[in-house]
Design a protein around this ligand. Structure first.
Ligand SMILES: [Zn+2]
Length: 115
């Protein structure tokens, strides 16, 4: 796979995690936590914070992935090269955890672009 393809695929996986977190309604998550019971405090706290954690981590990774070269090619913002070992490793980690690119329908894509 070319460095550009690795970069784009990694960015799509990060975006996928962000979209999944944005789709989850925090009020409904909290209501579900209150109604399900059986969870200890650490698990409840984790689920309550998971959405924000995913959004924060995805936003942080996005800042690294949004570098652009003089011809519009994708670069790692950290090291400034297109064939970044860190970007490749992040992509491999996301693939290992089966984070796949998500498909948005037109309506959702329009809504997300306004947010
Ligand atoms: Zn880099």
């Amino acid at each position: 796979m070319t460095p550009g393809a690795v970069h784009r695929q990694t960015a799509e996986r990060v975006r996928s995690a962000m979209v999944a977190a944005m789709r989850a309604d925090p009020d409904r998550l909290n209501a579900g936590l209150l109604s399900c019971g059986g969870l200890d405090r650490p698990e409840t706290d984790f689920v309550r914070e998971a959405r924000v954690l995913v959004l924060a981590l995805a936003a942080a990774l996005t800042t690294v992935l949004r570098g652009r070269g003089p011809y519009g090619d994708d670069l790692c913002l950290g090291c400034g090269i297109p064939d970044c070992r860190t970007v490749r490793a992040v992509g491999e980690a996301l693939a290992a955890y089966q984070v796949s690119p998500v498909q948005l329908d037109r309506t959702e894509a329009r809504i997300r672009s306004r947010e």
